[in-house]
Ligand binder design. Structure first.
Ligand SMILES: [Zn+2]
Length: 234
């Protein structure tokens, strides 16, 4: 079954979709030969650290911290600059993503294609879509330097796996809105109460002035009702 934008997946379904036993890391350079994978997991106390820009199609993703060193009790990764390289000189995931941006800017390569999943609640994930990795910057967060990566919703699709009907939805629904909708609709289709094959649906399509920035305009639909609706629009 093809997975489309804003589909809701269990952790297992997400791993299966990527042919992985487990997925632990946020950044996964070339997890698949054709694309990289990012898992967005917003911390409740820092809702804007990974955020959707005002244009509705760009997201900003913060790089990863130095790994915890077990033997150093006072070692706090949150106070250290995010690393581009390991002590051995090998690139970290940050480093791989940075290199991809540099290669793209030198026009050596197309932008790296990134498949982004976001965590709605523990065990509940949503496919945010496919993005082009277009830029990065180093930012100071008050304590240390962090990397911020800029990803723009891609018009390339992995072998057309994204249903073209979802172009109707080509504005991103922020994770905070998804979380609110999921809780409000209690993890069920609002029309029939089914709790399988769910999808975040723009009640009023973006092309007709609907906004994805408010939970009022987004609802949970099962696949059957989502398809019925798409047919009506066309
Ligand atoms: Zn339904």
């Amino acid at each position: 079954m093809n997975k489309v934008l804003d589909d809701i997946l269990s952790y297992r379904e997400m791993c299966d979709a990527e042919n992985q036993q487990t997925m632990q890391r946020g950044m996964n350079f070339r997890m698949n030969p054709a694309y990289s994978v990012i898992l967005m997991s917003q911390r409740f106390n820092a809702p804007y650290s990974d955020r959707v820009h005002g244009d509705g199609i760009t997201i900003e993703y913060e790089g990863h911290d130095v790994s915890k060193r077990k033997l150093e009790l006072n070692h706090n990764p949150k106070t250290e600059d995010q690393p581009e390289k390991l002590p051995s000189g090998r690139l970290t995931q940050n480093g791989h993503f940075i290199k991809a941006v540099k290669d793209y800017k030198k026009s050596k390569n197309k932008p790296e294609l990134i498949k982004v999943y976001e965590k709605i609640l523990p065990g509940t994930w949503s496919l945010k879509g496919y993005f082009d990795l277009i830029d990065y910057k180093v930012a100071h967060d008050g304590k240390r330097n962090v990397f911020r990566f800029f990803l723009k919703l891609s018009d390339r699709e992995e072998n057309s796996k994204i249903n073209t009907k979802t172009h109707e939805h080509n504005r991103l629904i922020p994770s905070v809105v998804k979380r609110e909708v999921w809780k409000r609709d209690q993890g069920k289709c609002v029309l029939c109460g089914d709790s399988k094959n769910l999808h975040f649906d723009h009640d009023l399509p973006f092309s007709r002035g609907g906004t994805s920035l408010s939970a009022n305009n987004v609802r949970l639909l099962c696949m059957t009702h989502n398809l019925k609706k798409s047919d009506k629009i066309e």
